[in-house]
Design a protein around this ligand. Structure first.
Ligand code: GTP
Ligand code: MG
Length: 195
């Protein structure tokens, strides 16, 4: 998709703040600092529209990015950030769960993992949880520029095995730096959002 127009329309914590336009939505989940905002920026052809940082745990709300008059990307705050309190974590869990289980417009979730490592227990939990709710999942292994090309296949196997990856889901190797995988991710998004 050719993207010219993007707008952060809402930073929401509760359903009353979600946009009411009814466009399809694609959410991005993954642990803090994995590269959700960076992927968003690549998809919308912006250098730094979605705020990225070296400081994990920056994104605390559901950020709805309207792409043209077609769909929303929903940047979900990252999990696994050790410095947040238990209370904050519970609040986070509730916000995410409400959104992911009750949002009719949600057409699919992009679950980001770090291409270099075996998925964490939280990555596995998130994947299994999304599967349970029968939400279409695209696993994106990001930061692949940080490993040599010869290791991509092996890392893909390691990641899929740990997640107990289901063949009905999709998997794409990605790098926000080289933009590898961008077109395939867009194809998946368009299929989910518009059939
Ligand atoms: P939170 O909002 O805190 O949950 O983090 P996030 O998942 O949005 O991560 P973000 O996009 O802010 O990226 C975190 C750091 O990783 C930044 O320093 C990015 O520049 C870097 N980064 C993200 N993607 C890539 C990638 O594909 N390759 C490389 N080399 N660095 C990346
Ligand atoms: Mg972010």
């Amino acid at each position: 998709m050719e993207v010219n127009n993007v707008e952060l329309v809402m930073s929401a914590v509760s359903p009353t703040q979600y946009p009411t336009t009814g466009y399809p939505e694609i959410a991005l989940v993954g642990r803090s600092n994995v590269g959700k905002s960076s992927l968003t920026n690549v998809l919308i052809n912006r250098r730094s529209y979605a705020r990225t940082s070296s400081q994990p745990g920056k994104t605390q709300t559901l950020n709805f990015y309207k792409v043209e008059e077609d769909l929303y990307f929903v940047d979900v705050p990252g999990y696994g950030y050790a410095k947040v309190s238990r209370q904050e974590r519970e609040k986070w869990g509730e916000m995410i769960e409400t959104y992911l289980t009750q949002r009719e417009q949600l057409k699919g979730v992009i679950s980001l993992v770090d291409a270099r490592h075996e998925p964490s227990q939280e990555d596995v939990q998130m994947y299994q949880w999304l599967s349970y709710y029968e939400i279409p999942i695209l696993v994106v292994a990001t930061k692949s520029d940080k490993i040599v090309r010869g290791k991509w296949n092996k890392q893909e196997s390691i990641i899929k095995k740990k997640l107990e990856f289901d063949k009905k889901d999709s998997f794409i190797m990605f790098s926000a730096q080289t933009k590898m995988g961008k077109e395939d991710i867009w194809k998946w998004i368009e299929t989910q959002a518009f059939g």
